[in-house]
Design a protein around this ligand. Structure first.
Ligand code: G1P
Length: 295
């Protein structure tokens, strides 16, 4: 574990194969990860967060029906040349900066059967190899001064093992989350744990610490995922594999500093949009009646 802790985290896994049913009909032909908060698709926020943390190998676990994610992520030299020829250098520069090229080592692997988050992460194994890695769920948007995965990687260098992002969740919503089983008291940011439970009933929740979509995982998770039985919702759960390997590698929750938006829900997407609009000063002048209503 100490050895793992001294190595830098180079790889992030982005599970993006999900159906996005809560945003139908929009997600009938547009993957939910490409839905924008104003002008920026959710997947772009996730990529930017990984890059800011020094990650340069990105593994997207996608689905054959969601080819437009790869189209979005990859550099498009023809479009950029077209924009430059039209004198639109600002847009071309922006796309050049945002897109992933070969230097970033972006890999796409298909999860043809949607068997759960744990199954999705297992598909990334050939690209991760035997080292600790990050997992970022793009529909959990976390905004703040420090990128969430970056601050977790800093903490992981000290504690090793599995590290999961946590936040306090009210009892009436706790059954929507993986929940940490704390060991002893909570530190300022770190809470050491003996395991995790996926979406427990409120009455059976081991704590109020819900896990959100950022993980730094020891590679021991892969051997476990390969044999992990289906759990909650009849899916192969990442939570169960984390719990099963906690004894061997250790587990802690990390209370991150940013604000998290559940962009898998319409309410969360709306809140994220208002937050970003506010940050960009778009709401200051209450320019339109609609903005005045929400401002
Ligand atoms: C997944 C995880 C769950 C976690 C949640 C955070 O659930 O399985 O442990 O709390 O993400 O967003 P999902 O919301 O994909 O059902």
């Amino acid at each position: 574990m100490a050895d793992m802790a001294t190595k830098r985290i180079r790889t992030a896994v982005f599970p993006v194969a999900g159906l996005g049913t809560r945003f139908l009909p929009a997600t009938k032909s547009t993957p939910k990860e490409l839905l924008p908060v104003l002008d920026t698709p959710l997947i772009q926020f996730a990529i930017d967060e990984a890059r800011a943390a020094g990650i340069d190998r990105m593994v997207f676990v996608s689905h054959p029906d969601k080819g437009s994610i790869e189209d979005y992520v990859r550099h498009d030299p023809e479009l950029c040349a077209h924009l430059r020829a039209a004198g639109k250098h600002d847009f071309a520069d922006k796309l050049d900066t945002l897109s992933l090229d070969e230097g970033d080592r972006a890999h796409f692997v298909m999860q043809t059967e949607r068997l759960g988050l744990g199954h999705a992460v297992l598909q990334a194994r050939p690209y991760v190899q035997e080292e600790a890695f990050a997992v970022i769920l793009p529909d959990d948007l976390i905004l703040g001064e420090k990128g969430c995965i970056g601050e977790m990687i800093e903490a992981h260098a000290r504690c090793g093992g599995h590290l999961v992002a946590t936040m306090e969740v009210d009892a009436d919503r706790i059954s929507k989350y993986g929940v940490l089983v704390p060991r002893g008291g909570q530190g300022e940011r770190l809470t050491h744990a003996t395991g995790m439970v996926e979406k427990p009933k409120a009455s059976e929740a081991p704590s109020n610490l819900g896990v959100v979509g950022r993980y730094v995982l020891d590679s021991a998770i892969f051997d476990q995922l390969a044999v992990q039985q289906s759990g909650h919702g009849n899916e192969i759960q990442l939570t169960d594999a984390i719990a099963a390997t906690t004894g061997a590698v250790g587990l802690a929750g990390y209370r991150f500093s940013g604000i998290r938006f559940d962009c898998g829900s319409q309410e969360g997407m709306l809140q994220a949009t208002l937050h970003v609009a506010n940050m960009r000063g778009l709401m200051a002048e209450r320019r339109t009646p609609a903005l005045a209503l929400v401002g």
